[in-house]
Design a protein around this ligand. Structure first.
Ligand code: AHG
Ligand code: MN
Ligand code: MN
Length: 335
């Protein structure tokens, strides 16, 4: 069988000039290499002293785990020197991270959630890394200068690439460069990502939903209505039984949806007034990946990718997955 590694996949995309140049190729390969290093650290678990908290808070006031910090450092170190980035931004850092002055700068901006699903680290459940790539706007002098927060605040439609890794029973990397969504599995012996899931398509219909049900009493009416109809099953308005899953690692819930369909919801509610997930590091990259696989993603009312960001760490409601179900929930929000 012809084995297509991530490197080969990207070089072939570059030859076909499918929206990818040498700089973007290097950038994606570097992120993938960092994900391998994170996967390795995650795999060591308690033996490598990788579990537990770091006794620090991040900008969102969340307690950081040792792996949140380590993964952030791995991604920063891997990506600083390549000459393809103008700046980086991370869920774990208050401000954009500039490229050190002794390295050349490039035209891209990289954003990431270094470790998604932190609450699952210590309980040995799948976790991951999410990333998004934007182009850095150039100044009047034609250079990228020293990008600040403003340069990052571009709607998701402007993303040139997005992806995520899941560190599960196997390590997988899901990637889009705007021409479909593709999945690669890490061959641990060879150390390379192999294309195992080309052109992923999400079924338009589904009978499986994912939501944190413990927030039910806080939900707004459209979400209550949708979930109640699912729970009513065969004899209810939907006329079919639904199944439920909630991993509490967005990477795993989204990967499941890419594999067999489903709908994922982290709505705004009385507790999380603007939503819980982050627009720039979670919602936008996942929305691009989902759309490129034939699914849909909204904030309840608006297509996710057209939301104009107002802050680097902005939170947002997220509804994504099988198209017909997402359309239904979005319709309920307008009714
Ligand atoms: P992070 O670990 O990067 O802070 O993100 C966790 C997110 C997401 O992965 C998941 O869907 C959600 O938080 C889980 O929230 P609950 O704890 O409310 O289930
Ligand atoms: Mn996250
Ligand atoms: Mn995180």
């Amino acid at each position: 069988m012809r084995r297509i590694t991530l490197t080969r996949f990207l070089i072939e995309r570059q030859r076909e000039t499918q929206g990818i140049n040498a700089d973007l190729r290097l950038l994606i390969e570097t992120v993938a290499r960092a994900c391998k290093a994170i996967s390795h650290a995650v795999g060591k678990g308690a033996v490598g002293g990788m579990l537990g908290s770091a006794d620090t808070d991040n900008i969102q006031g969340e307690v950081q785990k040792k792996l949140d910090i380590l993964s952030n450092e791995i991604l920063l170190e891997a990506n600083e020197w390549g000459g393809n980035l103008a700046a980086l931004a991370s869920e774990e850092m208050e401000h954009p991270h500039p490229i050190p002055t002794h390295f050349p700068k490039g035209e891209y901006l990289l954003l990431f959630d270094p470790l998604d699903g932190s609450s699952n680290i210590d309980v040995n459940v799948s976790i991951g890394t999410i990333f998004s790539v934007l182009r850095c706007p150039k100044g009047a002098d034609g250079t990228v200068g020293d990008p600040g927060e403003a340069e990052f605040l571009q709607p998701g439609t402007q993303q040139v690439a997005a992806g995520f890794a899941v560190y599960g029973p196997s390590t997988v990397l899901v990637l889009t460069i705007g021409h479909g969504t593709h999945g690669f599995t890490l061959d641990r012996e060879m150390g390379s990502f192999v294309l195992t899931h080309p052109n992923i398509r999400i079924p338009e219909d589904t009978a499986e939903f994912a939501i944190n049900m413990s927030n039910m009493r806080h939900w707004e009416a459209p979400i209550k209505r949708y979930v109640e109809e699912c729970l009513a099953g065969k004899t209810g308005a939907r006329g079919k039984d639904f199944n439920m899953r909630w991993v509490a690692s967005m990477v795993s819930d989204v990967y499941r949806i890419l594999t067999r369909g489903g709908i994922f919801m982290y709505p705004r509610d009385a507790k999380n007034k603007v939503g819980r997930l982050r627009l720039m590091y979670e919602a936008n990259p996942m929305a691009m990946i989902i759309e490129q696989a034939g699914g849909a993603a909204t904030d309840g009312k608006t297509r996710m990718l057209s939301v104009q960001p107002e802050g680097l760490h902005q939170r947002v409601a997220v509804i994504l997955g099988s198209k017909n179900e997402v359309d239904r929930v979005t319709r309920y929000h307008h009714e």
